[in-house]
Write a new protein. Structure first.
Length: 267
């Protein structure tokens, strides 16, 4: 059922992505930029002149540390959005599980964390238009006999706490079979040391973790397809409108695709 919902959302958000529709979606050059600038004038942020982004910086290639700096797709998109809105970007690193609360309680302006749009999350928070597609993938040991979701029944599955991988795995295979870790890579390390039989996690981080850990592989089967978007408080409609306007411009001028292409190689 959840997977059907995710699919429906994917189709809706995908259509929004393609047509650039949504509140700030006018893609007619000058007018769009004008309206984004006008929207930006009304924005209230946690700190004046600053766009504070909450993330969990252990999710390559979307966010990760390079030295002491947080880099990646989300960091670059947030910087491009902040530039459009005339704001300075500041990034706060926290557990993935804390991001929505931080945005709801006014500690951050938006969460950008490879976060999937779900019906459940939409009850508590707004999401911007989607900026990328995600896939929940299955990671196993190279010699595993698990070849797809059907083989996961009765197996121990590792996930990152409160992610969609966690939610789907509990729904499909039973909470008692799911081991939850704070960081995605901790789930991967548990797999490498045979504490779990498989890990359900977003495809791009999966590829990057597997490249860094011996003896693991990502299955070709896609478990669930999803849409990533920025989460913004339901009390800050002005910011939502402004971020959607900025995203529409970044889609229209090719910046968004260039950022994605810089970090994600076509298979
Ligand atoms: N896309 C997943 C989710 O939204 C995982 C995101 C993450 O771990 N940063 O739940």
């Amino acid at each position: 059922m959840k997977r059907i919902l995710a699919l429906v959302l994917t189709v809706i958000m995908g259509a929004a992505l393609l047509t650039g529709c949504g509140s700030g979606g006018a893609s007619s050059g000058g007018n769009a930029e004008q309206s984004t600038k006008e929207a930006a004038a009304d924005i209230k942020t946690v700190t004046d002149g600053v766009l504070t982004m909450a993330t969990n910086a252990y999710f390559p290639p979307y966010e990760y540390y390079e030295g002491s700096e947080i880099v990646g797709i989300d960091a670059e998109i947030a910087k491009a959005v902040a530039d459009k809105l005339g704001l300075e970007l500041q990034i706060q690193d926290m557990e993935f599980d804390s991001i929505i609360t931080a945005v709801q309680t006014g500690k951050a302006d938006m969460g950008l964390a490879g976060m999937t749009v779900t019906e459940e999350r939409l009850k508590n928070i707004n999401f911007s238009d989607s900026y990328a597609t995600g896939i929940q993938a299955i990671v196993v040991k190279e010699d595993s006999d698990i070849t797809g979701p059907d083989d996961l029944k009765g197996k121990k599955i590792g996930v990152q706490l409160s992610t969609t991988g966690d939610i789907y795995a509990c729904g499909d295979f039973g909470e008692e079979n799911v081991e939850k870790y704070n960081k995605g890579n901790d789930a991967i390390l548990a797999l490498a040391s045979d504490k779990v039989d498989a890990v359900i996690i977003d495809n791009e981080p999966a590829k990057s973790y597997v490249a860094a850990t011996k003896g693991l592989k990502v299955l070709d089967t896609e478990y669930v397809q999803e849409e990533y978007a920025a989460c913004i408080s339901k009390d800050n409609e002005a910011l939502l409108t402004a971020v959607n306007g900025a995203l529409a411009e970044l889609k229209a001028d090719g910046t968004l695709q260039a950022i994605l292409d810089k970090y994600i190689q076509a298979d």
